[in-house]
Design a protein around this ligand. Structure first.
Ligand code: ZN
Ligand code: ZN
Length: 363
């Protein structure tokens, strides 16, 4: 049984942020992940209306019973058509003057309807209020992410015995995903990447019918959902004998990855951590072949809220953030290497959750 999540604590933190951030009387929350984070309601539609005194799930008849079961402490209102007639009666009841909404999670059409229906309530666009809370994982969330990471580790160990010359990327993918689903994954946390040989130069290469050949790298990037939390890991392994150049690229990525992990700690700026890993790759002469950021948050989403590790990230890492560290080198026509772990940010260091080996594996 998963550890109980303290939704009351989250709601209290959200109310404090609402009051401080925008002096809002209420918030209309429509991002499905944010709705789940604040209430436990997993239906994803239509929205939460939260004020300092009230918390309501507004949803349609398909989800009202589910909302009553999942969203403890919330009132459940069934809306008709249009949705905002119901929201209007609630904002009137709660005497809301300034209502925040999530500007990145509403369509233009919904905004038009909301503006017309809720007048004269002042609508205030907001961004990232819930995401800011989600950036710091509580112990229950970290425990769930750890389980998702551990299951992916098991999958990696399993699939090593399946990879051999002549097996296709697609077969490897199906075998891996079937194993993980059977072992308890609710779903994959994103479409898996299986890229062999020259296709390894595609950071997001989807599995094809291409057969793995001796002397090649194969990159596996995958993750699972366990108790609604994601994992995300990448390993690159060699099939048969590989060249000195391939070994050099692998060792460079590994050195960059270890340097990146060593640089992670609370208070570090995202771009500074990125730079430390990127320098290792640049000094080895491969700087132009590492185009993406070093890492991203992981949580309810595989690319979760919170500071990234990237050349432009100016935010600092908080204690309790969970991020990936995933440098890569991608050489067009030649292939590529990426190594990715999930780590928890602690006061003075990173705690690495991914335990699969990183020394070069030659199958
Ligand atoms: Zn990944
Ligand atoms: Zn990733």
């Amino acid at each position: 049984m998963p550890e109980e999540i303290d939704f009351a604590r989250r709601l209290a933190a959200f109310r404090a942020a609402m009051a401080q951030g925008g002096n809002l009387d209420g918030m209309w929350v429509t991002n499905p992940t944010n709705m789940f984070y604040l209430s436990g309601f997993s239906g994803g539609t239509a929205g939460l209306l939260v004020t300092q005194e009230n918390a309501v799930v507004v949803t349609d008849s398909r989800y009202t019973e589910q909302a009553r079961l999942e969203a403890a402490g919330y009132r459940v209102e069934q809306h008709g058509t249009p949705v905002f007639a119901t929201v209007k009666s609630l904002v009137d009841e709660f005497r809301v003057g300034r209502l925040g909404f999530e500007k990145q999670h509403i369509t233009y059409q919904a905004f038009e309807e909301m503006s017309a229906a809720l007048a004269p309530v002042e609508l205030v666009p907001t961004q990232g209020i819930v995401e800011e809370l989600r950036a710091v994982k509580d112990p229950q969330e970290i425990a769930r992410i750890e389980r998702a990471v551990a299951l992916a580790d098991e999958g990696f160990t399993y699939i090593l015995s399946f990879i051999k010359p002549g097996v296709s990327e697609r077969d490897i993918n199906v075998e891996l995903e079937f194993y993980l689903r059977r072992r308890g994954a609710t779903a994959m946390s994103f479409p898996s990447i299986v890229a062999s040989g020259p296709r390894g130069a595609l950071p997001h290469g989807e599995p094809t019918d291409r057969q793995v050949q001796s002397g090649e790298f194969i990159t596996l990037d995958f993750g699972v959902l366990v108790d609604r939390y994601c994992s995300d890991m990448t390993r690159t392994v060699a099939v048969g004998k590989i060249s000195e150049e391939q070994k050099k690229v692998y060792e460079t990525v590994l050195a960059a990855q270890l340097a990146g992990i060593a640089a992670v700690a609370a208070g570090k700026v995202g771009r500074d951590v990125d730079a430390i890993a990127r320098d290792v790759i640049a000094r080895a002469g491969y700087g132009q072949y590492f185009g993406h950021g070093l890492g991203h948050g992981v949580g309810l989403n595989v690319h979760d809220a919170g500071p990234r590790l990237s050349p432009t990230e100016q935010k600092t890492l908080p204690v309790g953030a969970v991020v990936t560290v995933e440098p890569g080198i991608y050489i067009p026509g030649w292939g590529g290497v990426r190594i990715e772990d999930v780590v928890v940010v602690e006061a003075t260091q990173a705690r690495v959750l991914t335990h699969s080996p990183k020394e070069l594996i030659q199958l």
